[in-house]
Design a protein around this ligand. Sequence first.
Ligand SMILES: [Zn+2]
Length: 213
Amino acid sequence: MLIHTLTSNYYGSNCYIISEGDHAILIDPADAGLVRDFLSREDLTIDLGILTHEHCDHVYGCSAIREEYNCKMIASRICDINLRDNKKNYSRYYNSFIEIQTRLPVDTQSKMDPFTTYADEVFENEKTLEWCGHIIVLRETPGHSQGSICIVIDNSYLFSGDTLMKDDSTETHFIGGDKEQLAQITLPWFKTLPESIIVYAGHGESFRLGDKL
Ligand SMILES: [Zn+2]
């Protein structure tokens, strides 16, 4: 199994393409152009897309990729509801948010139009999938947003979205963020996982779970 990282211009979010032979799973298609370029070089069939949460910097390319590669997108039920609202997915505010953060006008490559999208399949709490001989667990991990999930593959790799990052603490100030849910539901679950798990976060570099907790 190979893990490819595509880092977008949208606040530097990471899209991951996990491949096994000529099959692949896509996590967080933020920049459809980057995904398209990658897939034109590697001859892969996308079996499934997974969305870690509803924020626009992770899902801007969701609709384009679904149409072009005919792959269904899976997310938590709450994530799907929030994707359908350009305030809750933050795309309505994205350009001004970046201008406030950087104190510079947004460059054309990083500009975003307000949009809505959706998931084709939803789950609540936890869902287990089998894919090309791998076990994939999807788990709701509220805290950063209402619809946040984490993805664990073979109890060895954790795709954490914005729920766990190497250098930053988890941001809980956006709409739907909840410090208490993070502390009471999500952090205790992380502690049940092997410390040796490698975490692939929504932004920044990967790291060992035990080094963060
Ligand atoms: Zn986020």
